[in-house]
Design a protein around this ligand. Structure first.
Ligand code: BG6
Length: 457
């Protein structure tokens, strides 16, 4: 990639004081800056209701081991603006600043990236205000992209509303709905692996695959985000987005050209829109599990909280390739390990046979193949052994980019392949809506588990 090809760019971050900016976004921008991946003419404008002091902001960033000179140069790219997202005047002031910047850069047109890292309940207002301040349309001065953080909606109805509200002011190809799991190197590798290893291609269907498990466990709890998490829970936080997207990558029908974004979007949508709907409460109950770690209620200061910190949902794709293959998506916080993994169990033709393929998304990134072999000796005892590919051993000199670096680079290059489309958002809420309804009325199925538990069953 040639960074100089990217036009003069301004990244406006709505909600710069939030957790995400500090933990993921600013560190990723700094890494790109260090590696000279950002355009020369690049500025970040951080918007927040609070007054932010540049030095105090940087002191909280864990940059202790970074070169101070580099940090200082990076700081020059960043400015903070006191901003109330509900006040239209503030958008007009922002627009004036952007036009001034156009003159400072001495360019005719700016690449304007509007990054919404804000709660979903103010999202529609912000989009409308952007529209009213004419900061939405591509014109002679601005080439505008809207970057949106998840959660995109709260349920099917609210997601539909957000999509429609956005449509009033932005075209679909201006909207980049971030799912940082899609941008992980190990997740991107799924399609590459499937395309370039014919060994597995003919077995990639319900004739040979018994079941699929997609698991994302975390040791951390909600880390002080009580208000946010009380309105979200594990199903909305990870299953609706990251895990269903990983499932789509594993099961989609490979398009001819992996670099063609429309065909990748269509292939993902084709899977997500063909999930078998849950037809009644009994069916939902049979296919879901939820739990809450023991200290959660205390942490959120709500003794009655029914919000799940652990969720598991089994789905099935209703097409001729996958019909009959249960796919279980599981996520949990407060567990005994951090592990995101996809396990594909091949059909055993013998009860002792175990044949599986695992994609280790993180940590210990890699791919494992488990085979059943005859144990050396005079009888016919079998044993399971493994063959392993590990990123660390095979690519010793290379570090892979964190997902947010990839997110930013793709937006700069106007490539939305690894972002969720409006159709996919609707598909994922559609399949999960009966689960949301069931959990909102049922009170008896929440498993309270000790912090540091393994997978529940
Ligand atoms: C985010 C969720 O999308 O993903 C967080 O909101 C979760 O709750 C995080 O901790 C996990 O991301 P990663 O990349 O650390 O696995």
């Amino acid at each position: 990639m040639n960074p100089t090809k990217i036009e003069s760019t301004i990244l406006v971050i709505f909600g710069i004081s939030g957790d995400l900016s500090r933990k993921k976004l600013i560190p990723a921008l700094f890494n790109l800056f260090k590696q000279n991946y950002l355009p020369n003419e690049f500025k970040i404008i951080g918007l927040s209701r609070q007054n932010i002091n540049l030095d105090e902001f940087f002191n909280k960033l864990n940059f202790e081991n970074e070169d101070p000179l580099m940090i200082n140069n990076f700081k020059k790219k960043l400015s903070f603006v006191n901003f109330d997202p509900q006040t239209i005047e503030d958008y007009k002031t922002l627009k004036t600043m952007l036009v001034d910047q156009l003159n400072d850069f001495n360019c005719d047109r700016l690449n304007l990236l509007l990054y919404l890292s804000i709660p979903p309940n103010i999202y529609s207002n912000v989009v409308r205000n952007l529209g009213q301040a004419e900061l939405n349309e591509n014109n002679e001065q601005f080439d505008v992209k809207l970057l949106v953080e998840k959660p995109f909606g709260y349920d099917l109805k609210s997601a539909e509303k957000l999509i429609n509200d956005t449509k009033e002011y932005f075209t679909e190809d201006q909207v980049f709905r971030i799912d940082h799991y899609l941008a992980k190197d190990t997740a991107q590798n799924i399609l590459t692996f499937r395309r370039y290893n014919p060994l597995f291609q003919t077995a990639w269907n319900n004739q040979h695959i018994k079941d699929i498990k997609i698991i994302a466990l975390e040791q951390i709890g909600i880390e002080g985000r009580a208000k946010f998490y009380e309105s979200i829970g594990a199903l909305r936080d990870l299953i609706q987005s990251h895990l269903l997207q990983l499932m789509a990558l594993i099961t989609l029908t490979l398009p001819k050209d992996l670099a063609n974004k429309e065909s990748i979007h269509l292939a993902r949508h084709d899977i997500l829109s063909n999930l078998k709907p849950f037809i009644n409460t009994d069916e939902v109950a049979r296919n879901v599990l939820r739990g809450q770690y023991e200290t959660y209620r205390q942490e959120v200061d709500n003794v009655d909280s029914m919000v799940e910190t652990y969720a598991s949902v089994t789905v099935e794709i209703e097409n001729s390739i996958w019909k009959g293959v249960p796919i279980t998506l599981t996520t949990g916080k407060g567990m005994d390990e951090k592990r995101t993994e996809i396990i594909i169990n091949f059909t055993a033709n013998h009860e002792q046979a175990l044949n599986k393929l695992t994609f280790r998304i993180q940590p210990n990134e890699g791919i494992g193949v488990y085979l059943t072999v005859k144990k050396p000796g005079l009888d016919r005892t079998t044993e399971t052994v493994s063959m392993d590919f590990s990123y660390k051993n095979s690519f010793k000199e290379l570090s892979y980019n964190t997902s947010y670096e990839k997110v930013i680079i793709d937006v700069l290059n106007k490539d939305n392949t690894l972002f969720a489309t409006a159709d996919e958002i609707i598909d994922t809420w559609t399949i999960l809506q009966p689960v949301i309804d069931y959990w909102s009325t049922n009170q008896n199925d929440l498993i309270i588990y000790p912090n540091g538990s393994g997978e529940l069953n």
